[in-house]
Design a protein around this ligand. Structure first.
Ligand code: FAD
Length: 322
């Protein structure tokens, strides 16, 4: 079986949980049954929502020490769940919370942990996993060694939440782990509140995204003109937002927004894995890059090897004629 460890906040499941379920369904290949486990406070509505997925069981992990996330509570609680369920794989969304407790959990159980997985080939115990290495410079295909269970964390955006097969008839089961509250060393503060985002790129139908190829903030005007002519939102790779040339809310990628417009035009973006996971679900991708070997061309439907400073104004001029 496959155990997915889901995540909710304030009773609402995050999208990464659905993406992890989609990954688990791909990994299962229809052979390994899937259980989704959820710990926290007031998770019954979220647990019910999970039963809409085609999974075998939804497990609510309840204990007075669990309402607020701490690594010291989550680790022994899920260790007990895993030891009882004896899954082949434990699948987690690669969130900050997972990064906090999953290494400790896997290490305590002396099991392999494959992090940041972006693709799965094959299914069941023979599956191989793709994950970026050296900050995305290389992509490795790996297979866990040693005894199961094997832990796998799924990079945000690598699988599509809307690809989850629905129509399950899962029942909700509640388990109470044996936790000693005195071993919990952390005291959680109030959850971090993200500033309300002014732009929701995830809903945009067309996006013009700029990367470091744009060279300076002044040159952004050229991309803005193209975006206006197309009725598109402006977005960017991380270095552009890190430089403060555009606000963070316009960043696309693993640490920015995940987008799926009908049309995504990438201007001077190399196509690092952290960028690709945020936009590869776009219906049509057009990449303009002067380097013919840029990885962005691997996901592009239309690739133009050329200088964005010539091409973007030329496309804008054509659109304005129309
Ligand atoms: C933990 C972590 C999280 C990250 N999260 C994100 C994220 O959310 N989003 C993100 O985007 N990145 C993210 N990154 C950074 C990522 O690894 C890359 O560094 C980044 O995406 C590169 O941005 P870029 O493509 O704009 O720049 P570069 O990689 O420098 O590419 C610039 C491209 O422009 C091309 N170019 C140059 N001049 C021209 C021209 N005149 N005409 C046409 N093309 C030209 C070049 O050929 C090159 O391919 C993250 C990294 C880490 C480690």
């Amino acid at each position: 079986m496959i155990l997915v460890i889901g995540e909710e906040r304030g009773g609402t499941l995050n999208r990464a949980t659905w993406e992890a379920i989609a990954a688990a369904q791909a990994l299962s290949g229809g052979t390994l049954p899937i259980t989704v486990a959820l710990a926290g406070a007031s998770v019954s509505a979220a647990a019910q929502e999970l039963t809409t997925a085609d999974v075998a069981t939804v497990l609510v992990v309840e204990h007075p020490a669990l309402p607020q996330y701490t690594a010291d509570a989550w680790t022994p609680a899920f260790r007990e769940v895993i030891e009882q369920a004896a899954p082949t794989f434990v699948v987690l969304p690669h969130t900050y919370q997972t990064r906090d407790f999953a290494p400790m959990l896997a290490a305590r159980m002396r099991k392999a942990l494959l992090t940041d997985v972006v693709g799965i080939t094959g299914s069941g115990a023979d599956a191989r996993f793709t994950r970026p290495m050296f900050q995305g410079k290389l992509v490795a295909e790996v297979k866990p060694q040693g005894e199961a269970p094997w832990f796998v964390s799924i990079q945000i955006g690598a699988f599509r939440a809307d690809a989850v097969t629905r129509g399950g008839a899962a029942s909700v089961t509640t388990v109470t782990p044996n936790l000693d509250a005195s071993t919990i060393r952390q005291k959680p503060e109030a959850p971090f509140q993200e500033a309300k985002q002014a732009v929701d790129l995830s809903q945009a139908q067309r996006i013009v995204a700029v990367g470091r190829g744009i060279k300076s903030q002044d040159n952004l005007a050229l991309a803005e003109k193209l975006a206006t002519a197309m009725g598109a939102e402006l977005a960017a790779s991380r270095p552009i937002c890190d430089n403060g040339w555009l606000p963070m809310e316009r960043q696309v990628g693993s640490s920015g927004q995940t987008v799926a417009p009908k049309l995504y035009i990438a201007l001077g973006i190399s196509g690092a894995i952290q960028h690709l996971v945020g936009m590869k679900g776009s219906r049509t991708i057009v990449a303009i890059n002067k380097d013919a070997d840029a990885p962005i061309f691997e996901v592009a439907d239309y690739g133009i090897v050329g200088d964005l400073f010539e091409l973007a104004p030329a496309i804008t001029a054509e659109l304005e004629k129309g």
